[in-house]
Design a protein around this ligand. Structure first.
Ligand SMILES: *Cc1c(COP(=O)(O)O)cnc(C)c1O
Length: 228
């Protein structure tokens, strides 16, 4: 039986999150999104047994394959870059974390209109303006925040960000605070449901929670190192 120690790991992570909420002083509730990318259905079974109901995948095809393979009513989160021609799968997801460009917003809105649905999504922020990452820079968001409030078929639920790979603590706090400011900007522009802050991965989730994360995306700390 793999992932035998998952309940213990979850318990420790929850304790660390609670302590970080207390240090941060914001009193927010924090959802753990269990990132199962590259792992098989056994990881999902273990997650469910350990009380984790939110699953994060970064690739649509891999996520859909797993959705079809499991019985448990997980909430599925798409956390990776989404190609326009795959937006039709979004109705199977609870939340899109990676609304990272206007072109995607348009494609999601068109798909939602076609299916008469509403898609919940987070605006992905590229706070540090890294060339290699998608998402809106703070300057770009200033221009686009109103557009998100006006778009039909997408409900903006908040902001997602990823810190630079090699960020030190000061940089982490700067990036996470930048995402928090972006959420405020969205709210001020009329995105009244923008309450979520998806930030923090295995290496930086405690600082993210101190800075206000309402959702942490955790893979390695729960399931161990990935092979690829
Ligand atoms: C893989 C991934 C994670 C989880 O990373 P870990 O460091 O293993 O916790 C979180 N967010 C995104 C967008 C990812 O692609």
């Amino acid at each position: 039986m793999p992932f035998l120690d998952l309940p213990e790991r979850v318990r420790e992570v929850r304790e660390r999150i609670d302590a970080a909420v207390a240090r941060g002083g914001r009193g927010q509730a924090v959802t753990i999104v269990a990132v199962t990318k590259t792992h098989g259905p056994d990881a999902l079974q273990a997650a469910w047994d350990a009380g984790l109901q939110d699953i994060g995948e970064n690739k649509v095809q891999e996520a859909v394959r797993k959705m079809d393979a499991v019985r448990q009513p997980f909430r599925w989160h798409l956390i990776g870059h989404l190609q326009r021609n795959k937006v039709k799968h979004l109705d199977r997801f609870h939340l899109l974390h990676s609304l990272d460009r206007n072109e995607l917003t348009e494609a999601v809105a068109a798909s939602a209109a076609k299916n008469s649905t509403t898609i919940d999504a987070l605006v992905q922020m590229n706070v540090a303006g890294e060339e290699t990452k998608g998402g809106f820079t703070p300057q770009q968001l200033l221009r686009e925040a109103g557009r998100f409030a006006a778009v039909k078929g997408i409900r903006i639920r908040g902001v997602m960000t990823m810190a630079p790979f090699d960020a030190d603590e000061r940089m982490l706090r700067r990036v996470f605070a930048g995402a928090r400011n972006a959420r405020e900007l969205l709210q001020e522009a009329g995105n009244h449901d923008a309450t979520e802050l998806s930030m923090g991965m295995s290496g930086d989730y405690e600082i993210a929670v101190e800075e206000g994360a309402t959702c942490v995306r955790l893979g390695t700390v729960l399931f161990g190192a990935r092979e690829k």
